[in-house]
Structure formats: structure tokens, C-alpha cells
Write a protein that binds this ligand. Structure first.
Ligand code: FVH
Length: 296
């Protein structure tokens, strides 16, 4: 790819915390960067740094062959783009707004109906990480578009292309976010428990919580490979019946320490109910299915 292709003009639609970071990274890399936001004042700093302010969404779209959209959600994305739909033909829309796989697929069809190529994306990073290699950005949709604009997309972070199904990036994004929110809920519950007796939460976090969570990722490959062979293992390292007791104790101790179980209710309540099946001669039937549902 020539240097000229790599430095194609680009438009960024949506200048919230993330959109601003995306535009700043592209601007810094040398792209002619046109920006648009509903609240125009959010463009001021970028414009002072050299970005071009578009006064309308149509002006923003027509300014560049690549239009990167980073808005609150797909409803807003479609509402905003609809007002410039006639200008989309021949351009690439890269939608980095959060949404569901079906919303991504529908938007891909909608964009194609207006003659635009479409890439959907999921940003696995927070704004200060944008432009650095640790900012992972997942893409799906048009492979020729991804290949052609790889250099530009690479300026936002580490780009990973998942496939032609536009819904894949969303699916992976939401899967990874669900793992993150699950871990965050567990960590908050842990901190709430410790806070009932000790105040030094930073020390607990750095010396015990982080090393513990890191060490326990060792169980993830087995979870991913969970199948009937694992289910029937005769000598499991961590039998479900043992785990069920620990989970019951977490619930009981939380109540005893005056900690609300709400954050972990999605995990503790169904498991507590399954514990009621003990003594049926089975090893907590349904527990693995529950984990499977959670993993899927
Ligand atoms: N910030 C983050 O940590 C995460 C990291 C992972 C990816 N997300 C997703 O990125 C999308 C945008 O997130 P954001 O952080 O930029 O969000 P906000 O700062 O809240 O900005 C929201 C933008 O959406 C515009 N907007 C909202 N409603 C409307 C509307 N009805 N019409 C037009 N624009 C609208 C808003 O405009 P304004 O309020 O400034 O006028 C902002 O441009 C998001 O999908 C995350 O999940 C970020």
C-alpha cells in the first residue's frame, strides 16, 4: 500500500470520550481528519490541533472516503447516518459504536443498500489506550475494506479481523465485556467482604486479589473445552460438590457480614438453588450446564 493510501482522509462522527481519542490518534498520525459531533463544542480542541470541523453530518461524510462512527449506540448511529444516507455511496463506514450482532448485521445491510462498504468494530480499550498497541480493536464485515485500510485502522491500536459476518465483532466484544463485568462484580463483592473487617483495600487488591485472579485464569482453557468427557471425569481437581459448598458459604458469609449479595445474585442464587439437589445421587446435576450457559 502506498503512503498516500495509508494517509487517506478520514472522518470521525461522534466526539464523546472515545470518538475524541480516535480522532486525535488519526490526526497525530497525519491523516486529514474531519470531525462532527451533535454538540459542536466537543470538536474545539481537535480543531485547534488541526482537525477540520464539519458543520453538518452530510459535510462530514462527503469529506472522506472512510467514515468512522463512534456514537452511543446503533439507534443513534442509524439516526445520525440516515440524514446523510445519500452521501454514503462509494465510502467505507467503520462503525465502532457498541451494539448487538444483529444490529451490526442490519446496519451492514442498510449501508450496502446505500452503496457503502461496511466494517463493524468492537473497541477493547479505554480512550487513553487508543493509538497504542495494547488497544485491541476487533473488526468484521468487508474483508477487502479491512485489508485496504489496515494501515489506517492500525493507527487506532492492534486490529484483529474476525470474518465477513458483520455481527462477529459485536459478538466478541460483548462476550469479552461480559467476562469483564462478571470479574468486576466478583471483585467488588470481594472488596465489600474485606471492607467489613479491614480498611486496607488497596493492599488487599495488590497483594492478594490481583495475583489470585491472575492465577485462576489457569482454569479457563478447561472451561472452554468443557464437554462430556470433562463432565464424566472420575477424579476432578475441583469437584462441583466441593465448589457448591464454597459457594453456599460465600452466600451465607455475605449475609453474616452484612454484605448485599445483589452483585453476585446472577451466580449465587441459581447455584444456591442447585445446592438443594444435593443427595440425589448426582453430582449437582445442572451445574455444568449452568456454566455452559454462562460460557456461551
Ligand atoms: N469510553 C469507553 O471507555 C468505551 C470503551 C469501549 C468502546 N466504547 C463505546 O464507544 C462508543 C462511544 O463511547 P464514548 O465513550 O465516546 O461515549 P460518550 O462519551 O458518552 O459519547 C457518546 C457520543 O454519542 C453521541 N450521542 C448520544 N446520543 C446522541 C443523539 N441522540 N444524537 C446524536 N449524537 C448522540 C454523543 O454526542 P453529544 O452528547 O456529545 O452531543 C457523543 O458523541 C459507545 O458505543 C461505547 O460503548 C467506549
Amino acid at each position: 500500500m502506498s503512503e498516500q493510501d495509508a494517509l487517506d482522509p478520514v472522518t470521525v462522527v461522534g466526539l464523546g470520550a472515545m470518538g475524541k481519542a480516535l480522532a486525535a490518534a488519526l490526526l497525530k498520525a497525519g491523516h486529514r481528519t474531519t470531525v462532527w459531533n451533535r454538540s459542536a463544542a466537543k470538536a474545539d480542541t481537535l480543531v485547534a490541533d488541526g482537525a477540520v470541523r464539519a458543520d453538518s453530518i452530510t459535510e462530514a461524510v462527503t469529506a472522506s472516503p472512510v467514515v468512522i462512527v463512534c456514537l452511543l449506540d446503533y439507534e443513534v448511529t442509524r439516526d445520525v447516518l440516515a440524514t446523510a444516507a445519500d452521501a454514503l455511496s462509494g465510502r467505507l463506514v467503520v462503525n465502532l459504536s457498541n451494539g448487538t450482532p444483529n444490529q451490526a448485521r442490519e446496519t451492514a445491510v442498510w449501508a450496502a443498500g446505500h452503496g457503502a462498504e461496511y466494517l463493524d468494530g468492537g473497541i477493547m480499550a479505554v480512550p487513553p489506550m487508543i493509538g497504542r498497541p495494547e488497544a485491541l480493536v476487533l473488526y468484521s464485515g468487508s474483508q477487502p475494506a479491512f485489508d485496504h485500510h489496515q494501515d489506517m485502522l492500525g493507527r487506532l491500536g492492534d486490529s484483529r479481523y474476525l470474518g465477513t459476518d458483520a455481527g462477529l465483532a459485536s459478538l466478541y466484544d460483548l462476550a469479552l465485556l461480559s467476562a469483564m463485568y462478571g470479574q468486576a462484580a466478583g471483585a467488588r463483592h470481594a472488596l465489600a467482604l474485606i471492607a467489613t473487617e479491614r480498611a486496607d483495600l488497596p493492599e488487599f487488591t495488590s497483594s492478594l486479589l490481583i495475583p489470585w485472579l491472575t492465577a485462576m485464569t489457569i482454569g479457563l482453557p478447561a472451561l472452554a473445552e468443557q464437554n462430556d468427557a470433562v463432565r464424566e471425569a472420575e477424579d476432578p481437581v475441583s469437584p462441583e460438590s466441593m465448589q457448591a459448598v464454597a459457594i453456599a458459604n460465600i452466600a451465607e458469609a455475605s449475609t453474616g457480614q452484612g454484605v448485599d449479595g445483589e452483585l453476585l445474585s446472577h451466580l449465587l442464587v441459581p447455584l444456591r438453588d442447585l445446592i438443594g439437589h444435593r443427595g440425589t445421587g448426582h453430582d449437582l446435576p445442572g451445574l455444568i450446564d449452568l456454566a455452559r450457559k454462562a460460557a456461551l
